[in-house]
Each structure stands twice: as structure tokens, then as C-alpha cells.
Design a protein around this ligand. Structure first.
Ligand code: PLP
Length: 510
């Protein structure tokens, strides 16, 4: 018995010392070697990339990854594994740093953010309780206060980092629901669940709002049908007249509208709802005003476009994503509220984590402000990026992307085979499609779908597709400040070539 346990101890010393980062020689050596191997592998990968995607189909990629899964797990050297990873995973990734990867709201990450990602993983602080993140929690609060200042929110405002827009929108609507039920009916949703008349609770947003508004309504027990969609104007902003009509109608019907979601930067058009009017309307009608600024929140760092945020400071809650136009590695987002006392609807005291006595002693536990428990120190990425890049250069970078988007829209206007939707892009998305004379609407839809797919499977460029009034359009999301007009022209040239091929195919058939 005694001998056996001693052997195990010796085994321990041999087998685990090189698996963790510690001050012993083997810990330092293993860290150095692994980081060097990763750096070298990433540089090799970067040097070989000529296209945003290698063009493989879902079935082909699946097959290669499956093959990797079957490989044995008997223990191996990291560089060996990295070679395998390069072949079957890195190679089939969307190369987000490529200048022609302009499909989704999916940014190239800033290098200081990437460096910070390594630091926060090594330290692995957990943001839920103070005793798991003694300094990190204060850094997060510092970044939240920086944001609050930028948005010019009031004295009582507060916030928390989140995994992204989905989680922030969910939290906004959760607080809105619970605040309304308490204020109107003295009903405690946290304790008692939904009130008996919950099917009458309604959320308003424009028909271009993000789908997570509906998804949140479903998860909050209200159902997707609780979301009333408001029409948009020709610039894809919420139509204020339709909002007034619909709210009046709901009230006449005995329904209970409790929240209004304004979008600051819709995913497809980058359009911004009339925030000031919506803020005033919300106050008059006792609605919680939530602004989904996942995309457009970055305008706080823009010289040229900042005034478009006017009215946002009157919101009850705001969603901001840093893994979009703030160029941070996923995930990194924030949720802000104008009245910190509303965080009580998320608070639950657990003896092991955030006991009530701690709160009385002033020990801060950030778990009290969010739906998550263990949580990453993502605030470090934003802080590092702001410090290293500097506000001025950050501002220039974001403004530059608006210039590129305008150049792309001008180019679309100048080319007869392309038809644009937004002549003056509000942010940096540009919508357009290939067009040709004597081709029917349904055929154009089909052709544009084919063009988008071919472009992706060639891998030479990457554009997204979406629908405008049920017609298929292509979308460039020009987040990368390194993308130039010549990149955009190259993408358009290929789109037109593919389009003409499709037209010719149809002409042969006729
Ligand atoms: C991206 C986006 C979301 C969702 O955010 P995630 O960070 O992907 O969860 C919500 N709203 C808008 C307007 C967005 O652009």
C-alpha cells in the first residue's frame, strides 16, 4: 500500500510538471516552447494565405475534421499536433485578416487584443466573485465607466461585460420585463414566475431589428409573438408614425407594451433608428428603452459619425459589442443600464460565492450583475487595445472604414452591371446585386444566390447574402481598415464575370 502511493507520487513529478505554467524550470521551458511553436505555426499559416477561404464545401471540411477526430490521443508534441491542425482546421478557416474577407460583421482582431487574450487565459481570473479576480474586477469596472462616460450616461448608470449582443439584448429585455411587472403590478417575477396576464406583455422593435429580440422574448417566457414589428422607412430606420399607431392600437386592445428596442446599426444596412424620438416616446409611454448598439456603438470612437448616436444617453439599457467594430477577438461585449438598482432582478445570493454579508461589507461580486457565473476577463482586451493603439488612431481607423464603404457605394453606382441599395451607407455595410437587362426578378434572385456561393467556393473573395423586400442581395461588410478600393474593385470584377456566365447560360437555354 505504502510503496504503491510512493510510485504514484514519483509519476506525478514526472508527468505533470511540464503541463502547467509555473516558476519551476520545466514550467518555464514548456511555456516558452509551446508559445514559440504556436507563434511559428501561425506565421507559417499567415505567409501561405492568398485567399480569404480555400473554397472547400461543408462535406469536404467535415471529412477532414472527422479524420482528425479519429487520430489517437496517446500524447504528442505540440508542434506535431499543430501541423495536423494546420492541415485540417486552420486551412479550412475563414481568414479574417484577409483584406477581401468582407462578408459578415466579423472583424480582423487587433494584435494588442490578441496579446491580451493570451494574458487573460494564463491568469484565468473568473469575474464572478471578488476572491477569484481581485484586480480584474476593478479593471472591468474601469472600462465600464469609460464607456459610460463615452455614452454620457447618468450618475446612476452601471454595466458589465458580456459574451456579446445576444446576451446583452437578453439581459436588457429581462430587466425591462421584471421592472415593469414590479412597477405596474407589484409582481416579483424572480420569485413567482410570470404574472397571470403575461400573454399581454409586448415588446416593440423595427422589422430590421436583430433576431435575438424575438429569441429573447421566447426565452423570457413571453413567446416570439410578444414582439410587435414596426415598419421601416426608405432608409431602413424605424418608422415613427407606425410606432405611434401600433402602440395606440395595442393599448386599445388591452395589451401591455413594456419595452421598445431601438437599433443603432442594423446588421444588414447599418441603419440607425431615430434614437432621440424613440427615447422621448418611451418616456411618454412608460416603456423601457433598450438600444441594441452591438454594431453602431463603436461610433463613440468616430469623429465623422458620432453625432448619429444622439439620444442614446437616454436609454434605459444599451448593448455594445467589442468583437465587431472595436476589433476584439470573440467574445467581448458589454451591457449598460442607466439605473444600477435594476441589477437586483439578476441577483441571487449563493453562500459559497456572493453571500449577502459580503455585500454589506462592500466586497464587490460582479456575478450580481449578469446571467453568467464563471466569466472571462475580456475587459483586458479592450483596455490593452485602447492603450496600445491610442484613441486617436482608433478613431481614424473606424472613420477610414466609412470612407471605404462610401467608395464602394460610389463604385456600385458607376458600374452598370451592379445595382446598389444604400447610396450613402450609414455605417460600413454596402448592399448591392448583379443585374442584367431582360432578366426576370426571380432569375436575378437565383443568379445572385449562385454568384455568392461560387465566390465562396472559389475562396478568392467572400461576400455575404441577404434579402431586401424578398429579393436576394449581396453584402460587403467593410470592417477591415486595410481593405482598399482596389480590393473592392477586384471583388466586383469577379462578381460581374460570374454574373455574365450565368446570363450566358440562360441565353443558351433560350
Ligand atoms: C451581432 C449583433 C447582435 C448579436 O450579437 P452577438 O455578439 O453575435 O451575440 C445583436 N444585435 C445586432 C444589431 C448585431 O449586429
Amino acid at each position: 500500500m505504502h510503496v504503491k502511493s510512493k510510485t504514484l507520487q514519483e509519476d506525478n513529478d514526472q508527468s505533470f510538471e511540464d503541463l502547467f505554467f509555473h516558476s519551476g524550470q520545466s514550467g518555464i521551458k514548456a511555456f516558452e516552447e509551446m508559445m514559440e511553436a504556436v507563434t511559428n505555426q501561425l506565421i507559417d499559416f499567415q505567409m501561405e494565405q492568398t485567399k480569404p477561404y480555400n473554397g472547400k464545401s461543408p462535406a469536404e471540411v467535415k471529412q477532414e475534421v472527422e479524420a482528425l477526430k479519429q487520430a489517437s490521443c496517446k500524447g504528442d508534441h505540440l508542434p506535431h499536433f499543430l501541423k495536423e491542425l494546420d492541415q485540417s482546421v486552420m486551412n479550412h478557416s475563414i481568414h479574417v485578416n484577409h483584406r477581401q474577407a468582407v462578408g459578415h460583421l466579423h472583424c480582423p482582431p487587433l494584435l494588442p487584443g490578441v496579446a491580451a487574450e493570451l494574458i487573460l487565459s494564463v491568469f484565468n481570473q473568473s469575474m464572478d466573485s471578488w476572491d477569484q479576480s481581485p484586480a480584474a474586477g476593478f479593471v472591468e469596472e474601469k472600462m465600464i465607466h469609460w464607456l459610460i462616460d463615452q455614452f454620457q450616461l447618468g450618475e446612476q448608470s452601471d454595466g458589465v461585460f458580456s459574451s456579446g449582443g445576444t446576451q446583452s439584448n437578453y439581459m436588457g429585455l429581462l430587466l425591462a420585463r421584471d421592472y415593469y411587472c414590479e412597477r405596474e403590478f407589484g409582481h416579483d417575477v424572480q420569485k413567482e414566475g410570470l404574472p397571470s396576464h403575461s400573454s399581454r406583455l409586448k415588446i416593440l422593435c423595427s422589422k430590421e431589428a436583430h433576431f435575438t429580440v424575438k429569441k429573447s422574448a421566447a426565452q423570457l417566457g413571453l413567446g416570439e409573438e410578444a414582439v410587435v414589428l414596426i415598419e421601416t422607412d426608405e432608409d431602413h430606420r424605424m418608422c415613427f408614425t407606425d410606432l405611434k399607431t401600433k402602440v395606440k392600437h395595442l393599448k386599445n386592445n388591452g395589451d401591455l407594451p413594456f419595452a421598445l428596442v431601438g437599433t443603432c446599426g442594423t446588421t444588414d444596412f447599418g441603419s440607425i433608428d431615430p434614437l432621440k424620438e424613440l427615447a422621448d416616446f418611451s418616456k411618454e409611454n412608460n416603456l423601457w428603452f433598450h438600444v441594441d448598439a452591438a454594431y453602431g456603438g463603436a461610433l463613440i470612437l468616430s469623429h465623422s459619425h458620432r453625432e448619429k448616436l444622439k439620444g442614446i444617453q437616454e436609454a434605459n439599457s444599451i448593448t455594445v459589442d467589442f468583437h465587431k467594430l472595436f476589433y476584439q477577438p470573440i467574445s467581448c461585449g458589454a451591457f449598460l443600464i442607466n439605473d444600477q438598482s435594476c441589477f437586483k432582478y439578476l441577483n441571487h445570493h449563493a453562500d459559497y460565492l456572493n453571500p449577502k454579508e459580503d455585500e454589506e461589507e462592500g466586497i464587490p461580486h460582479l456575478v450580481n450583475k449578469t446571467v453568467a457565473t464563471s466569466r472571462r476577463f475580456d475587459a483586458l482586451k479592450l483596455w490593452t487595445s485602447l492603450r496600445v493603439v491610442g484613441i486617436e488612431r482608433f478613431q481614424k481607423m473606424i472613420d477610414h472604414t466609412f470612407v471605404i464603404a462610401q467608395q464602394a457605394a460610389d463604385e456600385i453606382e458607376a458600374v452598370k452591371e451592379l445595382e446598389g441599395v444604400n447610396r450613402n451607407p450609414e455605417l460600413n455595410t454596402v448592399l448591392f446585386r448583379f443585374t442584367a437587362e431582360e432578366i426576370s426578378k426571380s432569375e436575378l434572385n437565383q443568379m445572385n444566390r449562385v454568384i455568392q456561393q461560387k465566390l465562396l467556393y472559389e475562396g478568392a473573395a467572400f461576400a455575404a447574402k441577404t434579402k431586401v423586400n424578398n429579393d436576394v442581395y449581396l453584402k460587403l461588410t467593410l470592417l477591415n481598415p486595410r481593405t482598399s478600393l482596389s480590393d473592392i474593385k477586384a471583388i466586383f470584377k469577379r462578381i460581374i464575370e460570374l454574373g455574365i456566365q450565368e446570363v450566358d447560360k440562360r441565353r443558351v437555354l433560350i
